[in-house]
Design a protein around this ligand. Sequence first.
Ligand code: TMP
Length: 204
Amino acid sequence: MNARFITFEGIDGAGKSTHVGWYVERLRQRGLPVLLTREPGGSALAESLRELLLHQPMSLDTELLLVFAARRDHLERTVRPALAAGQWVVCDRFTDSTYAYQGGGRGAPLERIAQLESWVHGDLQPQRTYLFDLAPDEAAQRRSAVRAADRFEAEDLAFFERVRRGYLDRVAQAPRRFMLIDGKQSIADIRKLLEEDIVSICSI
Ligand code: TMP
């Protein structure tokens, strides 16, 4: 079966991390070779850049360039070789995060993000993106229960409202690529939806 590139997205605390590992296991149980990776990160250099992005103060332009520098290295060293070898690649966050966080959240011009996107990976786009959607106040409560905030998670509710809106604008532009998941649903109900979608993407 042809390799697929699948991404998981959502504001911090919306629930994607609860499901991505389970999703990969379900694909593997079907006998598919799957690589699970993440952004920012997924290669040695990109993991170093992740540390800077999550913890060092920096300007928006620097942040945007570092996100795409990390992405370029991740694509060259991890994602493209895996796809070329026939593996399915499941990535926890990708360029929709940049549109949502740097674009929606921080106000970077979307045309600038589009230029960087086309330079860094124009021909490569996910076939399927799961967007976990949840109200920012609820997501903040879930986050604070499990971990200390990084530079993004420390932002206020208005920031996460803009990030959420940024994501929903992406869905409006590519509705067939996205599956929008209401993060308020139970874990079991979300897994049922994901399972059904696995069946449908395996049959494409
Ligand atoms: P994570 O905790 O889900 O691994 O994500 C790390 C943070 O990185 C998250 O708060 C969102 C942020 N991020 C961006 O701001 N832009 C991006 O392009 C990516 C991939 C992540």
